[in-house]
Design a protein. Structure first.
Length: 192
């Protein structure tokens, strides 16, 4: 989920211009980065939740985009469900049994540019203490100088689908869908 986050490298990879001597660091704009997750609830409705305010960075190698990297992390307990009882259930032993310091993290392992404004970002997602490889379908929205901050900025979206049971979170499947769809939208700024 969290899977965070992750498409920042794609935005920068897709906008490569002149070769840089070394990787350039970008950091996520936590106030404008979200991960929305959704799942089918018993066939009656689609339930939604979100992670927001997470942190991450991109090391962008313009001369060799495949050598770029993305890392993102967030506390499990930063999840927003919109209903206190649902949040409590998600943090219970039925699902996460989350501690205050338990994190969700994503670390890229490969970036494949697939078009003028698209890429696939493969990485290791650690969720509920289990690490699995996931692939994000990423799309560059825009790159350029931020009109208020006055420095390089990039925005992008990404999607993927996770299988809850892969992360020992499969309680009530298949009645509550085992598949969870992620929609990621983030902004990243060149680090000072």
């Amino acid at each position: 989920m969290k899977t965070t986050l992750f498409a920042g490298a794609a935005a920068l990879v897709l906008s490569a211009g002149l070769a840089a001597a070394e990787p350039v660091k970008y950091v996520l704009d936590s106030s404008h980065s979200q991960i929305l997750f959704s799942y089918n609830h018993l066939g009656y409705s689609t339930s939604y939740g979100m992670f927001s305010g997470f942190e991450g960075e991109i090391q962008f190698d313009e001369a060799d985009p495949a050598a770029s990297s993305v890392t993102v992390s967030m506390p499990v307990k930063s999840m927003i469900t919109g209903w206190a009882e649902r949040f409590g259930h998600f943090m219970s032993p039925d699902f996460f049994a989350a501690t205050d310091d338990e994190m969700v993290s994503f670390t890229s392992t490969a970036i494949e540019v697939t078009g003028d404004a698209t890429a696939k970002i493969t990485g290791d997602l650690t969720l509920n203490g289990i690490t699995k490889s996931v692939v994000l379908d990423a799309k560059l929205n825009q790159k350029g100088d931020h009109p208020m901050a006055g420095k390089p900025w990039a925005g992008f979206d990404a999607t993927t689908t996770l299988v809850r049971s892969d992360y020992a979170l499969g309680k009530f499947a298949p009645y509550v869908s085992d598949e969870v769809d992620l929609k990621i939208s983030i902004e990243a700024m060149k680090a000072d």
